[in-house]
Design a protein around this ligand. Structure first.
Ligand code: SF4
Length: 235
């Protein structure tokens, strides 16, 4: 378990959309070694020497919000980047809050330590594992994602697996083969989310036409593979 304090880059005090069925405070953890073109929070990819929001201030905020929120969601950036993650989760659990995690499945060993403390995980799978580098820019990233996904599915912790889709990054037939692979891995709750231009610094991705993508036939075929399936368009 890490002993230093977690580096928080921002806080959303109240959210009804980041943890299904719960009111949550969302803390955005600094740091991510991957470089996805569609990243909504590129300002959180680098870790600063000191936290933008001291963790003690977050704990003080949570103390004031007792009774108003159900849970704390650790988002990012990539929360498993931070050596202080597991300790921070343990602290909010000790305060009586549920704990949720948004992860892109970057660091399996830290996820393994965090999972027993977590009440819910939203995890991203970006592409067929062999093609991960196309999205993340990092060789071997797909193997980390594969290991984390299997760990989450086997853990019994409630989860949603989700994939952000964009016509330049995943063709409809690739979406379907990814979904088949995830179904075979044991994923039962899956979401496809259309790329959102908001926050994205990649002008080429932002300018692409999304009409008719990925198409109803693909959505129906993907949906038939899972007990729960959600398709999200940009709101
Ligand atoms: S893994 Fe997530 S936080 Fe990291 S670059 Fe990709 S979208 Fe951004």
């Amino acid at each position: 378990m890490g002993s230093r304090q977690i580096n928080i880059g921002g806080v959303t005090p109240f959210s009804a959309t980041d943890y299904p069925g719960k009111f949550a405070t969302v803390v955005f953890v600094q740091g991510c070694p991957w470089r996805c073109g569609y990243c909504h929070n590129p300002h959180l990819q680098e870790r600063t020497r000191t936290a933008q929001v001291p963790w003690d201030d977050v704990l003080a905020l949570l103390t004031r919000r007792a009774g108003l929120i159900d849970a704390v969601v650790f988002s990012g950036g990539e929360p498993t980047t931070d050596p202080g993650l597991v300790r921070a989760i343990a602290q909010v659990k000790a305060m009586g809050f549920g704990a949720g995690l948004h992860t892109a499945c970057v660091y399996p060993r830290r996820l393994e330590l965090a999972l027993p403390l977590l009440d819910w995980v939203g995890f991203d799978i970006k592409a067929p594992f062999a093609q991960y580098e196309r999205i993340t820019g990092v060789a071997g990233s797909g193997e980390h994602a594969r290991e984390c996904a299997a760990m989450i599915v086997d853990s019994g912790v409630p989860y949603e697996c989700r994939t952000t889709i964009h016509p330049s990054l995943l063709a409809p037939h690739e979406i379907l083969s990814l979904a088949m692979m995830l179904s075979a891995l044991g994923v039962r709750n899956y979401a496809l989310q259309q790329f959102r231009a908001q926050g994205c610094t990649d002008a080429v991705l932002g300018a692409a036409a999304l009409d008719g993508y990925p198409g109803q036939r693909t959505l129906d075929a993907v949906g038939s593979l899972f007990e729960q399936f959600t398709y999200r368009r940009p709101g």
